[in-house]
Structure formats: C-alpha cells, structure tokens
Design a protein around this ligand. Sequence first.
Ligand code: KG4
Ligand code: ZN
Length: 357
Amino acid sequence: MNVLAIETSCDETGIALLEAGGGLRAPKFSVTTNLVSSQIKIHRPFGGVVPNLAKREHLKNLPLLWRKMVLQNTAHGSRKKFDDLEGSFMKRIGLVTVTVGPGLEPALWTGIEFAKALAARYRKPLIGANHLEGHLYSFLLPQGARPPEKISFPAVALIASGGHTVLLSMSSFSKWRRLGETRDDAAGEAFDKVARLLDLPYPGGPEIQKIAGRGDTNAIPFPRPMIHEKNYDFSFSGLKTAVLYYLRDHKKPVPDERMAADVAASFQQAAVDVLVAKTIRAAVAHDARSVILCGGVAANKELRKELSHAAEKGGLTFLVPGAAYNFDNAAMIGAAGYLARLRKKNYRIAADGTLDI
Ligand code: KG4
Ligand code: ZN
C-alpha cells in the first residue's frame, strides 16, 4: 500500500511517500520519496525552536514540498495542470497519515490541517501518528540497498531526542512497557544547553560531537547522574549545571578552544556512559535479544559506537536507523501510521503536544 505521511511536530517540515506491506509480525517498508525542509537556520539566532516561527515556516513549506512531491512522482513532462497531476498522484495513495503529537501544538496543527484537507478532498483514510513511535520504528526503513536488520523480541528501545528520553521494553511491534524516562531535561536538550554555554550554535548535538573529537574525555570528572540507581530513569539537568559551574569557575573571559573541547568531550562521555549503562542494564534485566537506539541523539557517533559494542558483547542485535532517518522526517511517520492502523490504534486527529508513547 502507498502511504503518504506528513510531519510538522517541531522544526522540520516533512512529506514522504512510502510503500508499506506485511503484517504486524513482519512489516516491510520502502521509501519512494522523503522530503524534508529544515528550519534550523531560522531558529538558530534564538538558540532553540520558536513555536510560532515554526508554524509560519511549516505553512510556507508544506505547499512547496507538496508540489515537489507530486511533480517528482507523476509524469510532469506532460502539460497537465497541477490539479490533474495531484489527482493522479492521490489515486495511488491508500493511506494518509500525519503526526498528531507529541510536539509543538501550533506546528502540529499545520500538518494536521494539511493532511485533513487532502484526505477529505480525495476521500482517503486518514490516521494519526505518534512522533515517538515514528522514531521507534525508524530502523525499519531500508538504508540504501541494505534491508533493515531483523529484530528479535524481546527488545529494549532507547528513544533519545531533543524533547524525550525514554526506555521501553518491547515484546512485539505492538506491545511495550515504559521502563523509565528523564525526570528533567531530555538528552538532546542537554546537548543543546551545554552547546549554548560553550557559545556553539543550535542544535548543539552535532557541534558538541565535532569539538569533542579534539578533547580529552577524562579531562573533567562530570557526574553520571542516576547511573547506579535501581531504576531506568534519567536526569540530565544536574550534568548541565555541573558544566555551567565548571565554566563559571574556570573560564577565562571565554573558554579557549582547548578547554571547550575538553568540556565537550567530558560532557559527552558522561551522557553516553549513563545512556549506555542504563539501556544495557534494562536489556539484561528483561532478557532482551535486541537493542534499538533512535531519536536525534542516536546520530551521536560515540553513543552509537559504545552502545553497539556493549550490545554485541551481550550477544544482542543492535538496531539503529540509517543516517537519513535519525532526525525528524516523514518517512518514519509513514511507518508509524501504517503500524498504528494495523494495531487499530486510533489517535484523535488533533494536536496533542504531550502525547505519550
Ligand atoms: O529527534 P530529533 O531530530 O527532534 C526531536 O524530536 O526532538 O532530535 C533533535 C535533537 C537535538 O537536541 C540535537 O541536538 C540532538 O538531537 N542531536 C544530537 C546529535 N545530533 C542531533 N545529540 C548528540 N549528538 C549528535 N550528533
Ligand atoms: Zn523527533
């Protein structure tokens, strides 16, 4: 079935066309077109995402991406009017899906209204998708010619993004239990805040990773919050505060390059240590056979390396999305929408900023 997916929960506008098949035990996807328009440059001067700016940009970008999607997937050499091309494109669509949460509500609404109008105009079924389920299923999207690695259940999943840090224990694609989550800042948020302390631009994750490569991970003994606590929760705000105090106490007027690299490397190591330790502990305690890592922070090379080594050492299959699907995109929403339909999960077609997984 051809699935048309729309994502506008934060600062990326996404529209994707994918082919979905298979049942709940072995879903299969192939991505035909995955269009993403990033607003990073617009939000950068503000050091984070501004909801109303995001809404304005989605409203501007959605029709542009839509046009591109239709033209790329129809005989646009012909002299047909756009409406006709749109009609023939929509004829092939079996399901329209859109992110309904979690995320920024003004931003979510832009995608929802767009999807509702399309689905109504062409009388197509419309289903709401959960953004976090999108991240969770993103490893199912093929990476180039390589088919995705097979998952064996039970599995443990770490979803680490700019807004969430959640650990799940999964017994199938449709059944899971939340084991723990962050009690304050999300992992990505901590990277973003520490980057700001180091005068690095938003989003901070890639910037921290870049300069951390030149620093010493052992230079500063930052805390590993909650690493030994017998639960699966996280806390990153204390770690960020430790960086703040360190810089306040050691900063010359501005941190020099060497110090910034050491702070970034030591901070990154502390965050990675906690994420890896808790995920592996959860996997062992729940007899997991696979570990899933997803969300924007899954792009972090050090985290990928250390979690994959630890998983391998424990005989666990390690699953991560391909580079194109780490960050917010609509292809993963297509997977989430298709699976939500198989699961008979009917999310309300309305923005829900705090929707849970
Ligand atoms: O999943 P995502 O694209 O958006 C949300 O749903 O939040 O995640 C964005 C987050 C940002 O906080 C960003 O700093 C972080 O992912 N991130 C990284 C890296 N690349 C992006 N964090 C650590 N290391 C990275 N390489
Ligand atoms: Zn996300």
